[in-house]
Design a protein around this ligand. Structure first.
Ligand SMILES: Nc1nc2c(c(=O)[nH]1)N[C@H]1C(S)=C(S)[C@@H](COP(=O)(O)O)O[C@H]1N2
Ligand SMILES: [Mo]
Length: 321
């Protein structure tokens, strides 16, 4: 793919913090009103936007005080729903929420097929009833070197995979985002090889950390975060966590992914969070946690090494980036 696409894909404005956004966060922090997401939403100017009005409000008023297993406080509902990468809507992070207000996440169907013994099309209700989603608080580390802590609601992908029963030949899983150019205007931009696709090795996909998220902050999954249902793989760069998934295919070969099709040297198939392997155009050693002033050190496998490092035994992570 051409250089034109590369430079278009990750704009320098995304690497340099957006001044307006940061200063509002800093102001709120300084004012000492970070305690609860509900209080934050009530004083935020975005509260009067059309997107905010149609979003389901967080059902858990205490959740703003929750922490992940390392003690990191979850980001506010407002941060998580108004600073988004979702190129099917727009490349502008703040522009996703207003466009997503018109996106229909219900009904939602997901087809699981390919090298499986029990191919099936599920409704989101089927999946929720069968697999009983639970809360998982995960760090999300974008390849652009910003991060958040997000309280997902979801169920292990492994539960669904066991039910469809991969054949012995199946070695990879491919995921595909919905194609609906009338609601997703970015899909009319022919600079990108739509649909958005992602993939995992089957043993990665079976790891208990990998979830299909059906909710967030105790409520339904907002469209801008990938509703009806999205993948979450917390030890990999954020772009692996594909949104608004409608197809899951089991394969015997490594699938193409949208980002590696655009630029394989920058966005590899594995894309494990790794502070020692820099992106060709910037360092991955540190990150900017949304809502914080100081940069943080980036952790190997985003802090999940204990659960996942064994998946890569004997692999050179510099070449298998
Ligand atoms: N279909 C689709 N999935 C996607 C993206 C996208 O543009 N389209 N962006 C990815 C990137 S780069 C990141 S960092 C995360 C952001 O998820 P969030 O907006 O819920 O925080 O979604 C990922 N999943
Ligand atoms: Mo990202």
């Amino acid at each position: 793919m051409s250089e034109k696409i590369n430079s278009l894909a990750i704009k320098s404005s995304e690497i340099t913090p957006k001044q307006g956004y940061l200063s509002r966060r800093d102001f709120i922090k300084a004012a000492g009103v970070m305690a609860g997401s509900v209080a934050l939403a009530a004083c935020a100017p975005q509260n009067s936007s059309p997107a905010a009005q149609v979003l389901s409000t967080p059902q858990d008023a205490t959740i703003g005080k929750k922490v992940d297993e390392l003690g990191n406080t979850v980001n506010s509902f407002d941060d998580i729903t108004h600073y988004n990468n979702f190129y099917e809507f727009t490349e502008d992070k703040a522009g996703v929420a207003p466009l997503a207000a018109k996106f229909k996440t219900s009904p939602w169907d997901v087809e699981v097929y390919g090298m499986v013994n029990n191919a099936k099309k599920y409704t989101l209700e089927d999946l929720i009833k069968k697999f009983q989603p639970e809360e998982r608080i995960y760090r999300l580390r974008c390849v652009e070197a910003w991060s958040m802590v997000i309280p997902w609601v979801g169920f292990p992908l492994a539960k669904l995979l066991k039910e469809v029963d991969p054949t012995s030949a199946a070695k990879y899983v491919r995921f595909e985002t919905v194609t609906r150019p009338d609601e997703l205007p970015g899909e009319k931009n022919s600079m990108y090889p739509w649909p958005y696709q992602e993939g995992l090795r089957l043993d990665e996909a079976m790891n208990d950390l990998v979830i299909l998220a059906t909710g967030m902050y105790g409520g339904e999954l907002p469209a801008q975060n990938g509703g009806g249902m999205r993948l979450v793989v917390p030890w990999k760069y954020g772009f692996k966590s594909i949104k608004s998934v409608v197809k899951i295919e089991l394969l015997d070969q490594q699938p193409a992914t949208m980002w590696s099709t655009i630029s394989s040297s920058e966005y590899g198939f594995y894309s494990n969070v790794n502070p020692q392997v820099d992106h060709p155009r910037w360092s991955q050693a540190t990150e900017r946690r949304i809502g914080e002033l100081q940069r943080r050190d980036t952790l190997m496998f985003n802090g999940y090494a204990e659960q996942v490092a064994h998946l890569y035994d004997g692999m050179d992570l510099k070449t298998n980036y």
